[in-house]
Design a protein around this ligand. Structure first.
Ligand SMILES: Nc1nc2c(ncn2[C@@H]2O[C@H](COP(=O)(O)OP(=O)(O)OP(=O)(O)O)[C@@H](O)[C@H]2O)c(=O)[nH]1
Ligand SMILES: [Mg+2]
Length: 316
């Protein structure tokens, strides 16, 4: 495969193309991923999440500049599950990170909802694997909002940064949304605005219940991303967390459980394809449904009969 050769030589166009294959689940994307997989596993994945407009992109942008200055290669994935099409908020993200797009150490990709079986979280992980195999050392993943997709995305990250702003006011809101449970590092951005100190204090009180001696400290940082303030400290906390999870074998355990999840997802995906492509076309569902409507059959018995024909029954 010519494209893989170019990918291995560090061709950005080849990287971009392979990511599109994965996103669109074009024909042989699984084979391509299988080829790339052994090269991946070295990149450190950091997730950034929080309410809309909190400053996630600005933080990712400044952090990336800092990483590049330290001669790291960075991949950025901006995930927007709220946008059904590319454009809108995604275009905004691109513009805000414009100063990064020309740098050869940095590769940015925006992703929106896909109607695929794997789902957006799965595709995001696969795209991260591709960037990882390309030689990116840090993969920064920004997700907006607080739905299940975001939780799945950040669950696949090694370190999760949750970003708040003074305006998000009630930190109870964050607790309800499940953000408190997933964060390793808390950031209160827009520290130039009123109320920043109060939210830091509130978070601190809530976290004190969770903090245990000798365990991760769950730091809360104040940043002013637009003014590039607090970004150095954020990077050192990310590095500290990396060290912490590696030293305590959390990193390895987490990666292993992610791999198991990936295998399950791949099997599920293939079985769904098999049902759609091989089983459903051979059934006369219309006819069966008519019989059920007339009261001559029921969906449970019909389902069992079909499964028995292909040798899958819950009794066996
Ligand atoms: N005052 C102030 N404004 C900031 C700060 N950081 C970011 N902003 C501004 O806040 C706005 C939103 O910033 P983004 O970085 O786009 O926020 P986001 O969380 O990525 O937004 P979405 O991706 O749309 O959810 C922009 O106009 C930024 O310039 C800060 O520290 N202080
Ligand atoms: Mg953004």
């Amino acid at each position: 495969m010519d494209i893989l050769k170019r990918f291995n030589q560090g061709d950005r166009m080849a990287l971009s193309k392979i990511i599109s294959y994965v996103e669109n689940q074009s024909l042989d994307y699984r084979k391509v991923l299988a080829k790339l997989y052994p090269k991946a596993g070295k990149a450190y994945r950091v997730g950034f999440t929080g309410p809309p407009g909190a400053g996630k992109s600005t933080i990712v942008d400044k952090l990336t500049s800092l990483l590049v200055r330290k001669e790291h290669k960075v991949g950025i994935i901006a995930v927007d599950p709220t946008s059904p099409f590319t454009g809108g908020a995604l275009l905004g993200d691109r513009i805000r990170m414009q100063n990064l797009t020309n740098q050869k150490e940095v590769f940015i990709r925006s992703m929106a909802t896909r109607g695929s079986y794997g789902g957006l979280a799965t595709t995001t992980k696969e795209v991260a694997t591709v960037m990882d195999a390309f030689g990116k050392e840090f993969i920064l993943i920004e997700t907006v909002g607080v739905g299940q997709v975001e939780l799945d995305v950040v669950d696949a990250c090694d370190t999760t940064v949750v970003i708040f702003v003074p305006e998000s006011g009630d930190s109870i809101q964050a607790m309800k949304a499940g953000l408190m449970e997933i964060a390793d590092i808390f950031v209160v951005n827009k520290a130039d605005r009123e109320g920043a100190k109060r939210i830091v204090t509130e978070l601190d009180m809530i976290l004190d219940i969770r903090r245990k001696k000798g365990e991760w400290e769950y730091p809360i940082l104040s940043t002013e991303a637009v003014n590039n303030k607090g970004i150095d400290l954020l990077l050192s906390k990310i590095s500290e967390h990396k060290e912490f999870i590696i030293d305590n074998h959390i990193f390895e355990k987490h990666r292993k459980s992610q791999i198991k999840t990936d295998i399950k997802k791949i099997i599920e995906h293939r079985i769904r394809d098999f049902i759609d492509e091989k089983i459903l076309p051979s059934l006369n569902l219309d006819h069966i449904a008519d019989k059920i409507l007339r009261g001559e059959d029921d969906p449970y018995s019909a389902g069992e009969r079909i499964l028995a024909q292909i040798n899958i029954t819950n009794s066996g």
